[in-house]
Write a protein that binds this ligand. Structure first.
Ligand code: IPM
Ligand code: MN
Length: 345
């Protein structure tokens, strides 16, 4: 595309600060003849306090027209937990069928891994984004009594599992190591486990060049700490992927670097890119937030839209910048300037 229409949801806390830097780097990296058109959406805690709205259907509809969405962060302690998560973030993921929640982990220069021995880390988690225990399928009976029973049903469809597994095989085949690990808990969650494992094996027959293995999620957390270099591409369900990618971020240099894409690979709907970190209200508005995860999310955005060269330039800019960042504290804006200057063509 020679133009990119981008819906921007700065959101809460440090969201607006980091998103401003993401846009700065995007603008710097794009060639002159690619027009970036943005429109800001006022969504999040402030909006909810003012109007009681999280994401009205009319706005959801209007978001449909964009090539992509850039999201900062949502959430504030003053809003009941779950309100914005379900009312906005998950609503977007479900409505736009973001079935691939893409979360790469890489060691960048000068970053502190808490792991001994400075392990090499370069893997990507393909987290299913529209099903599993996130489906909102559950209920409570005899609520408030000592006999209350709460169910939270994990929904796994053959269609939903097969398409995310296939996407993970495609990504594995495109990488040098060509290795795909399925993470689940098939020994206990036997029904969903069977659906995942059989889709994994069946689709795998179409990808003979990809080597595969399987890990229970508990064992996967051990290996992520003791031997993260063993992972190349991981495919897993929505909840396991949520937990595993926070761990992945922690071992590979911190949540300040963790980028993500909520992707609809068919491009029937706009995909949405966001840092994995939250709104960090404790440091909001003070120019202290590190915008790197948002900037790396814009690289995923560009790659998704076919601007591979520009995506690589942003990732190389982050690498080079981290290599020379040193000890002096920088403001959010200074880091954005430094990355924009390096990424500019
Ligand atoms: C994430 C977040 C969300 C999730 C929450 C805020 C609903 O933790 O993007 O990982 O669980 O997916
Ligand atoms: Mn999470």
């Amino acid at each position: 595309t020679r133009s990119i229409s981008l819906a921007v949801i700065p959101g809460d806390g440090i969201g607006p600060e980091v998103v401003a830097q993401g846009l700065k780097v995007l603008t710097a990296v794009l060639p002159q003849d690619v027009k970036l058109e943005t429109r800001e959406y006022d969504l999040g805690a402030k909006r909810w306090h003012a109007t009681g709205e999280t994401l009205p259907d009319a706005e959801l509809e209007s978001l449909r027209a964009y090539d992509a969405i850039l999201l900062g962060a949502i959430g504030d302690p003053s809003v009941p937990s779950g309100t914005l998560e379900r009312g906005m973030l998950l609503k977007l993921r479900f409505a736009f069928d973001h079935f691939v929640n893409l979360r790469p982990s890489r060691r960048y220069p000068n970053t502190a891994s808490p792991l001994a021995g400075d392990p090499a880390i370069d893997f990507v988690v393909v987290r299913e984004g529209t099903e599993g225990p996130y489906a909102g399928n559950g209920g409570t009976v005899r609520g408030g009594t000592p006999h209350e029973i709460a169910t939270e049903v994990s929904v796994n469809t053959a269609h939903g599992v097969e398409r995310v597994v296939r996407d993970a095989y495609e990504r594995a085949r495109a990488r040098p190591r060509k290795k795909l690990t399925l993470v689940h808990k098939t020994n206990v969650m036997a029904y969903a486990g069977h659906l995942w494992k059989s889709a994994f094996d069946r689709v795998g027959q179409e990808y003979p060049e990809v080597s595969t293995d399987y890990l229970h999620v508990d064992a996967a957390t051990i290996f992520m700490v003791t031997d993260p270099a063993r992972f190349d591409v991981i495919v897993t369900d929505n909840l396991f992927g949520d937990i595993l990618t926070d761990l992945a971020a922690a071992v590979s240099g911190g949540i300040g670097l963790a980028a993500s894409g909520n992707i609809n690979p068919t491009r029937d709907f706009p995909s949405m890119f966001e840092p994995v970190h939250g709104s960090a209200p404790d440091i909001a508005g003070r120019g202290k937030a590190d915008p790197t995860a948002t900037v790396l999310s814009t690289a995923l955005l560009l790659r998704h839209l076919g601007h591979e060269n520009e995506a690589v330039r942003i990732e190389e800019a982050v690498s080079a910048d981290l290599a020379e960042r040193g000890e002096t504290a920088r403001t959010t804006d200074e880091t954005g300037d430094a990355l924009a200057a390096r990424a500019a063509g």
